[in-house]
Design a binder for this molecule. Structure first.
Ligand code: KG4
Ligand code: ZN
Length: 364
């Protein structure tokens, strides 16, 4: 059966068509098309996502993106059997655009509507990328612009939060540090590029919670440490651009600190749960240094590692393929379903609740 999935949680407008088994059959769907319209050029000059601009851009882009996804899949709207949309967590205005479109389509086509959790979707990208392998149960690590969380995933739609960030998300730290260093937006790819010519040992930046038994992350002190290293303890402003060699060393040392923490906490989660599989999701998982480091850790621990290709790491609608698992579990949304922008509480997700990292509203 054919699924049309929509993604508008933050600043990427996505639509994807997937072909998967109709219940009671279960199985991994095949991605027939996945189209993402980025809004980077709209937010770049603000150094971050502006929620109102994001929502308005989704309004403009969503229908053409859906048309393109259908066209690339070679199907028409009338052939679609199910609509899925990410309803949580994310920017409220952005989420509402996707959900409104999804409800309208489900009503007009008279097909089931499935509300999905964007974070579960990020991890499900692992299963999409490795359709012939068992990904679950696994430790799931979501590292995106809004989240840095470790989960005990018993199945695609049964994830328990083990711990998350108490302040900034890893991607957010990349973006903020890039901005400090005068680099472009989004910051992750920029830091990665500049760091290639830097010395990762040039600065001994703090690694919060590295040796702590709690599964938690904090990146705000690290960000401040970069600021002080760049501008001195009084963080005086200067209009003089820092020398490129200094920027490269700061970027490389910062990146190394983030990557070391992420790998260490993932190792801790694996040991604590006794799970033998690790799945990654979110934009930061596109980082080459991170991939190398986490792969070395997984080899060391003798666990299987699942890293989606870049197109499935950053925000996309294909991860809405998790809707087949939800449909099989009878989790179909009513047409009065609402968005849940923020994160609610730690614990098991049951299809109607959300999970938390820091308890703050967060872009997905
Ligand atoms: O998952 P995603 O596309 O959107 C959210 O759900 O937030 O993640 C976006 C984040 C941004 O903070 C971006 O800087 C970061 O992922 N990112 C990277 C890289 N590519 C994207 N961070 C580090 N290295 C990268 N290569
Ligand atoms: Zn995301």
């Amino acid at each position: 059966m054919l699924l049309l999935a929509l993604e508008t949680t933050c600043d990427e407008t996505g639509a994807a068509v997937l072909d998967g088994p109709a219940p009671p059959m279960i199985g991994v769907p095949r991605v027939l098309s996945s189209v993402v319209a980025s809004q980077i050029d709209l937010h770049e000059r603000f150094g971050g996502v502006v929620p109102e601009i994001a929502a308005r851009a989704h309004v403009r882009q969503l229908l053409p993106v859906i048309d393109e996804a259908l066209k690339r899949a070679g199907v028409t709207l009338a052939q679609i059997h199910m609509i899925a949309v990410a309803t949580r967590p994310g920017l409220v205005g952005a989420l509402i655009v996707g959900l409104t479109a999804a409800k309208s389509l489900a009503l007009a086509l008279d097909v089931p509507l499935v509300a999905i959790d964007h974070l579960e979707g990020h991890l499900y990208a692992c299963q999409l990328a490795y359709p012939d392998r068992e990904v679950y149960p696994c430790v799931g690590l979501v590292v995106s612009g809004g989240h840095t969380s470790l989960y005990h995933c018993r199945g695609p739609i049964d994830a328990e939060l083990l711990g998350g960030t108490i302040d900034d998300a890893a991607g957010e730290a990349f973006d903020k540090v890039a901005s400090l260093l005068g680099l472009g937006y989004p910051g992750g790819p920029e830091i990665e590029r500049v760091a290639r010519s830097g010395n990762p040992k040039a600065f001994a930046f703090p690694r919060s919670f590295l040796h702590d038994e709690r599964i938690a992350f904090s990146f705000s002190g690290l960000k401040t440490a970069v600021l002080y290293a760049l501008k001195g303890q009084d963080a005086r402003t200067t209009s003089v651009a820092p020398p490129p060699a200094l920027v490269a060393d700061l970027a490389a040392s910062f990146q190394d600190a983030v990557v070391e923490i992420l790998a260490a906490k993932a190792r801790q989660a694996l040991r604590r749960t006794g799970l033998r599989r690790l799945g990654l999701g979110g934009g930061v998982a596109a980082n080459g240094r991170f991939r190398d480091r986490i792969a070395a850790m997984a080899r060391d621990e003798g666990v299987e590692l699942f890293i989606p290709p870049l197109s499935l790491c950053t925000d996309n609608a294909a991860m809405g393929g998790i809707a087949f698992a939800k449909l099989a579990a009878g989790q179909v949304a009513e047409l009065d379903v609402d968005v849940t922008p923020g994160l609610v509480r730690p614990g098991r997700s049951n299809g109607s609740s959300t999970k938390t990292g820091a308890g703050k509203p967060a872009p997905a």
